[in-house]
Design a protein around this ligand. Structure first.
Ligand code: RP5
Length: 165
């Protein structure tokens, strides 16, 4: 799903894939063209600069960045581009993702990163948020997003668990 990708999904390590695959699944379901790759603030800093620096001209309108531990990836991407960066704190082994969350959320004023929940929920919501951004100028995507929300509501209302409660 690259070529005319509108959303970039990047992660600091292959070990983040288990979390970030939930973002990819949402983008696929909503038919949002995306590209996905591993990019590290620490291990591939020059590649990160090139990626972020060329993001807008390559057509990206949002970058979802997942990282764990000393999670500099979203902030460093945001330093090199004005394309909105959506940060996903990956649940780390040592500190359960609190380190990731604090690393991503506490950006100094002037270089924003929109920060989502730790782990799977954050990855899903970052993708839904990116879709909402793009839907502002894409009526068909807006319709798919609204259909997703309706289906989610109906799934709760029709859950037989609640019969007789
Ligand atoms: C971060 O370090 C990555 O985002 C990952 O969450 C964490 C651990 O990476 P690995 O040592 O598993 O490659 O940069």
């Amino acid at each position: 799903m690259s070529g005319s990708a509108r959303v970039g999904v990047v992660m600091g390590s292959r070990s983040d894939f288990e979390t970030m695959t939930h973002a990819l699944e949402v983008l696929r379901d909503l038919e949002v063209p995306y590209e996905a790759r591993v990019l590290s603030a620490h291990r591939t800093p020059r590649l990160l600069e090139r990626y972020a620096g060329s993001a807008r001209e390559r057509g990206l309108r949002a970058i979802i960045a997942g990282a764990g531990g000393a999670a500099h990836l979203p902030g460093m991407l945001a330093a090199f581009t004005t394309v909105p960066v959506l940060g996903v704190p990956v649940q780390s082994r040592a500190l359960s993702g609190l380190d990731s969350l604090y690393s991503i959320v506490q950006m100094p004023g002037g270089v924003p990163v929109a920060t989502f929940a730790i782990g799977q929920a954050g990855a899903r919501n970052a993708a839904l948020f990116a879709a909402a951004l793009l839907a502002a100028e894409d009526g068909a995507l807006l319709a798919r997003l609204e259909a997703f929300r309706r289906a989610q509501t109906e799934a709760v209302l029709e859950d037989p668990f609640f019969e007789g409660h």
